[in-house]
Write a protein that binds this ligand. Sequence first.
Ligand SMILES: [Zn+2]
Ligand SMILES: [Zn+2]
Length: 230
Amino acid sequence: MSTKSSIKEPDKDPEKPPEANVCAKPDCDKLANKVCTACNPPKTRYCSAKCQKDEFKYHKMSCVGSQKVNCFLIRAIAANGGKEDVDHIEQFYLRSYGDFYAQLEELQSRLGWRIIMEAGQFYAPDPKINHWHYMVFHPDEHDNQLVVNGIASRCLGRIIRGDVAIIRDATSDEVCCFPEEFSRRELLAAVEFYETHDANQTNRNRSGAAMADRMGYPSRFIDGVFVVQL
Ligand SMILES: [Zn+2]
Ligand SMILES: [Zn+2]
């Protein structure tokens, strides 16, 4: 595997096929032109989705995209100059996770934000997961000096400026059980979901479904419309 660490980062131009290399699956020597999108550069490469899937149980132990923490930052500008969503997402372990006001203080002091606000929430791609959501904290939203955060804007359905911090939070105070730590891979799946799903409509539907669940009413989506059966 050590010979693979010197391979070059794949070409960022989506029109051009990435450079060919050998598949990372040990018993496969086919040319690899697919990458693990959750990896830090140099990204691990595969010849096919099948090889990537077969190898995932081993790869996830070393892939930074699979490491779980309780908070991530989505940077308005990627630190490494990359253009993909993954290049904007950084691990950020929150010592005060779970204590709302302590979280605000910790984020504010460690990130050097003049003020901190709750920007909103977005849900996981799985339509059955409504009992928790991703909560977004951000610095002063009226500070026009800050660069627009494209990913956060997409997930919240409005313009968000500057870096943001993401944690998981229960949709209702009564909910206690959900995985508080999550991986960059999971967050990436969520932010990519909002490329094709309207954030405002999804948020309305999913918070409606969460409320219906709490009240014990069955609910479902019919042609994209959220329906509670009373
Ligand atoms: Zn990886
Ligand atoms: Zn292969």
